[in-house]
Design a protein around this ligand. Structure first.
Ligand code: CU
Length: 455
């Protein structure tokens, strides 16, 4: 498998000073011992805050970023660059982190806002063992209290960095020749224990330039939230113990870094027209510009993209990233419901970047308390420095198998390059000539092949 390269950058964060009485950060020094080369992607990417980390796949694809741990948000990734094999690095994201995790219980007696009330950093962020991380465990100074102004900040191994096989990347058999490759992914994750739940805060970076933020939940069902069959599910023998159902309502904040300014957002929708062609229904797809800060809901065949209209790939198309929501139980945050009424939820929201707007609810600092406020207060602005707030909910109805420990359940979404490159990353030599409609295929004129046929 591919080499993992990790490095510790010059770090302006004073909390990163290791406490000599605690476990020290051995892992990040490895790269320096080996005389780590400055990676292609990380050139010019010195971290203002946090530590630099790069990962190079066997194919030559590379990711470079800075990572740090915030007391509330937990893992914060900044200055994320992707370079496809034999291509220049391109900045994709300025910063990404969880912006809220609300867990309301169906019996109505408990709600937690785990990011703003408890926090994923600090003592709730757990030191990782070899048993749970197949790759390298990276260390940072994690304050025991608040931001580390008071108390100690032991340096602990809290970040797992591992490359994993991700099944088939592609396969194509043409002209008697098999062209195929396996895919690899780079996972970065931390574990935070909040109450009885233990959350994996994971970011998966594909060799293909894709990014998938994922929240995994394990640990145990709350032992103090048992209810009746209307609000839970019988676990344990017979019908006497109903563990309460609840929701895990998560929002991620993604501050986009594509281009040098003037970013745009578009929503794509494809709708059946009601007309039929000779063989299949006619479907029309279209892009709708989102020109001001806005909320949006998910729908079948709908996705969004953030683009830099000023930067084109070699085919002349503006570079962009597509945002796809995975399965989501759409939700309205409870404080949003109180402030703005039922049905004030959103699956995605777009605002202009504002460093004061960090959390999806319970935000402080006089710049609005929630995403709904940010949108309401800026809806006359031009949207051109894009932050997307991606809401993914999971309604968890307990099952017998949740005890014990609970198998991880996952929620998240994906961001995929759309025209970042003119062709697939790492295009095999025998496919370099295929870009657009070919004139012939295996020696046959393409017009002769265009007639519909049986297979
Ligand atoms: Cu749950």
């Amino acid at each position: 498998m591919a080499m993992l390269i990790s490095g510790l950058s010059a770090c302006s964060d004073s909390t990163a000073e290791p406490d000599p009485t605690e476990e020290t950060a051995a892992a990040p020094e490895k790269g320096q011992e080996k005389g780590q080369e400055t990676s292609k992607a990380s050139a010019g990417n010195s971290c203002r805050d946090g530590q630099e980390l790069t990962h190079t796949f066997d194919s030559g694809a590379e990711w470079a970023l800075c990572w740090q741990v915030k007391p509330n948000r937990g893992l914060l990734l900044t200055d994320i660059y992707y370079s496809a094999p034999e291509q220049e690095p391109r900045k994709v994201i300025d910063s990404i982190a969880l912006a809220q995790l609300e867990v309301p219980y169906d019996h109505g007696k408990r709600i937690t806002s785990d990011i703003t009330s408890a926090g994923f950093g600090g003592h709730r962020m757990k030191t990782l063992t070899e048993a749970e991380c197949s790759g390298e465990r990276l260390a940072a100074a994690i304050p025991n209290i608040g931001d580390g102004t008071y108390g100690s900040s032991p340096t602990r191994k809290v970040l797992c960095s591992e490359e994993v096989d991700a099944s088939l990347s592609y396969r194509s058999f043409e002209s008697g020749e098999l062209t195929t490759a396996r895919a690899s992914e780079w996972n970065l994750y931390t574990v935070s224990k909040v109450g009885w739940y233990e959350y994996l805060n994971q970011f998966t970076f594909g060799e293909d330039g894709s990014i998938r933020p994922l929240l995994g939940a394990t640990g145990d069902l709350s032992p103090v939230d048992y209810t009746n069959e209307d609000h839970g599910w019988a676990v344990g023998e017979g019908d006497s113990h109903h563990a309460a159902s609840h929701s895990h309502n998560a929002v991620w904040r993604v501050d986009w870094g594509l281009g040098d300014g003037g970013q745009q957002v578009e929503q794509y929708d494809a709708e059946p027209t009601g007309e039929h062609g000779p063989e299949s229904p006619i479907v029309r797809g279209k892009l709708i510009p989102i020109e001001v800060p806005s909320l949006a809901a998910s729908a079948d065949r709908r996705w969004w993209r953030v683009l830099d209209p000023n930067t084109r790939n070699e085919d002349g198309h503006p570079i962009s990233y597509q945002i796809d929501l995975a399965a989501t139980d759409s939700f309205t945050f409870v404080p949003d419901h109180h402030e703005h009424g039922a049905g004030s939820g959103y699956d995605i929201a777009f605002t202009n970047a504002d460093d004061c707007q960090i959390y999806a609810t319970h935000n402080r600092g006089g710049c609005g308390e929630s995403v709904l406020d940010y949108v309401n207060e800026s809806k006359l602005e031009k949207l051109d420095d894009v932050v997307s707030w991606v809401a993914v909910g999971f309604h968890h109805v307990p099952r017998d198998e949740d005890q014990s420990p609970m198998e991880l359940h996952w929620q998240g979404f994906s961001m995929t390059p759309r025209d970042l490159l003119a062709q697939r990353p790492g295009v095999p030599d025998n496919r370099k000539g295929i870009n657009g409609q070919p004139e012939e295929w295996e020696g046959e004129d393409i017009d002769d092949l265009a007639e519909p046929h049986g297979d």
